[in-house]
Design a protein around this ligand. Sequence first.
Ligand SMILES: Cc1ncc(COP(=O)(O)O)c(C=O)c1O
Length: 345
Amino acid sequence: MNAQEKKSIDWKSLGFDYTKTDFRFTAKYSKGQWSEGELITDEVMHIHEGSPALHYAQQCFEGMKAQTAADERILLFRPEMNCERMRNTADRLSMPEVPEDLFLRGVTEAVRANTAWVPPYGSGASLYVRPLLIGIGENMGLRPAPEYEFRVMVSPVGPYYKSRGLSVISLAVSDFDRAAPHGTGDVKAGANYPGGLYATRKAQELGANEALYLDAAQRRYIEEAGSANIVISTTSNTLITPKSAAILPSITRRSIMDIARVDLGMEAEERAIDLREELDTFVEVAACGTAAVLSPVGKIWFDDTWHSFYGNGEEVGPVMQQLYDGLCQIQNGEREDSFGWTVEV
Ligand SMILES: Cc1ncc(COP(=O)(O)O)c(C=O)c1O
């Protein structure tokens, strides 16, 4: 595809917002079977008012990005891991699993059909891909839905935290919990998110970009930010990340841990991290996820004060810079993908 066929959009000024594209993929599940699935143009869903997705939040989603490489290939990043996570989520929410071939076909077809909307290489933007699975059909009682829709919608997006490239953000420890110790925090259920809107607002009132959650049982251990996992480089040159059954297993974070081990030669550990006890050992902190990519965290608000990290909380440190570069270069095909993570659409 050549650049002339792209939509005429000011790619560089895109924020993380919805833009209507031409096609979306949909498949329906009924009587124990998935339909073949098809591309459609209607962005509005027509579902029964009694649908469990609307009343009991029997729904889940995924988030991933397609990017244009320097050689014009369109690359997805580890889509099979999103499929696996949606399978785990569906199981936890008593929904039918979306078979891997249907999931990957839905994602691929939705991206291909919207090639004109995939931001060009070097624009700093990407095509955000949002697969969702919702329980539909009349169902007054609290029971699994009789039918389901799997849909893949896409939208070109810019950076999640306003500025382009690597920008330093801040987090405020929330007085509210995101997920219970044995709840649904480790799956991507939509129901995990609306409670966080209030926590985010409170964090923003303090001047932070997002809320940072501690474990709900003891309020000691770091869990994650509203839509991103946390990684921390320490004084012993180790990259640590919280281990908890209540956080979402971020695909970005798992990749960053591997890049730290292989490229930077660092130890990378997933373990419980006591915020107050270990604070003095934190050198660089970052939030990571598909949307956040890797966003260095300059400072964290808790116990009524700001605690700053690298460069007085204003600079990007060398570890996070290298991890960011390593990740982005694989995602946009600028370096050889020795991990075998990217998939050409
Ligand atoms: C709560 C939460 N944590 C972490 C992440 C990051 O996960 P991933 O790297 O798979 O996008 C996300 C976004 O998907 C999220 O919503």
